[in-house]
Design a protein around this ligand. Structure first.
Ligand SMILES: Cc1ncc(C[n+]2csc(CCOP(=O)(O)OP(=O)(O)O)c2C)c(N)n1
Ligand SMILES: [Mg+2]
Length: 322
């Protein structure tokens, strides 16, 4: 994929959209406008943005509990996404899903998930569908370092590898699973090394550099589309905030480590790159910031002005086995 200036600017816009959306979620979660839990993607924006930039609208994505960024990068409507988080009738799942169960069929987003590791097996279904129908679609599965130590990781990658399914497995290694540091749960340094055990390529990615993500994602997606099978991408990144909004302690993450990663903020780094290379001037950046701000204000207003679902409909759109 040739990355034009126009594409670069749109990558910047998408990362900023995710950042500002998340900052609004944080604010409104703290004000109790948003029920449930909110796991923010702040600091990790380059991963979803670089990855989804090489996808077609009909490619599939499975997500996680930290999934707002995946939804936005895949092209979800900000108003409907925000409304879903607020539990409103106008949300993607009519307010029944909330942050951890957003499903947006129109962009083939097959769900954020409250179950760690659940997206891995789920991503194989659409991949089998794509393979059988020779549709050329690809299925992208985002998951965390914590999920990579779940049984579903091994079973899903093995099956996808032997079946040469068109999947791209994207491990977002942000160094922590809740408060457990990755070195406390994992003996090896790189999750990407595990790919060799399944006979597929494993690639380490700078998850804070959107161009590195895009370049490596492009290769992995092309490989999947051409019938050669899956790739495991390990994107090294960091979340700026706690595991969830309202997390009581920060002691488990040394301040020095947080400062180091703050210096590698994906948006600031890319902004510097764009300006230094003359892709856009600071006024252009400011204009995009204002446009995105406006979009987020509108999304918050849309959510806040939308009705809650009618209690009479509580048994609709839900399924339970007996
Ligand atoms: C099957 C399962 N086990 C445990 C949990 C509790 N839990 C929620 S998030 C989380 C950590 C996930 O870490 P990681 O996969 O690295 O994702 P991150 O939060 O860092 O993005 C855990 C253990 C859960 N939701 N589901
Ligand atoms: Mg993690």
């Amino acid at each position: 994929m040739k990355v034009t200036d126009q594409i670069k600017i749109s990558l910047f816009r998408t990362m900023l959209r995710i950042r500002q959306f998340e900052m609004a979620v944080r604010e409104h979660f703290q004000k109790t406008d948003i029920p449930g839990f909110a796991h923010l993607y702040v600091g990790e924006e380059a991963v979803a943005t670089g990855l989804c930039a090489v996808l077609n609208p009909d490619d599939y994505v499975t997500s996680t509990h930290r999934g707002h960024g995946h939804c936005i990068a895949k092209g979800a409507d900000l108003n409907r996404l925000m409304a879903e988080l607020w539990g409103r009738k106008t949300g993607y799942c009519k307010g029944r899903g909330g942050s951890m169960h957003v499903y947006a069929r129109e962009v083939n987003l097959l769900g954020t998930s409250g179950i760690v590791g659940a997206g891995l097996p789920l991503s194989l279904g659409p991949a089998i569908h794509a393979k059988l129908n020779k549709s050329g679609q690809v299925s992208v599965c985002f998951f965390g370092d914590g999920a990579a130590n779940n049984g579903t990781f091994h079973e899903s990658i093995n099956l996808a590898a032997v079946q040469k399914l068109p999947v791209v497995f994207v491990c977002e290694n942000n160094l922590y699973a809740t408060v457990t540091a990755v070195h406390e749960s994992t003996k090896t340094e790189n999750f990407a090394d595990r790919a060799a055990g399944y006979g597929i390529p494993g690639v380490i990615v700078d998850g804070n550099d959107v161009m590195d993500v895009l370049e490596k994602a492009d290769k992995a997606v092309a490989r999947a589309r051409s019938g050669k099978g899956p790739t495991l991408l390990e994107c090294k990144t960091y979340r700026h905030f706690g595991h969830y909004v309202g997390e009581p302690g920060t002691a488990y993450r040394p301040q020095e480590e947080r400062n180091e990663w703050a210096k590698r903020d994906p948006i600031r780094m890319f902004c510097t790159h764009l300006v230094e290379n003359g892709t856009i001037d600071p006024e252009g950046i400011e204009a995009i910031e204002h446009e995105v701000e406006k979009e987020i204000v509108e999304a918050v207003e849309f959510a806040g002005n939308s009705p809650l679902p009618d209690p009479q409909t509580v048994a609709q759109h839900v399924w339970s086995g007996q």
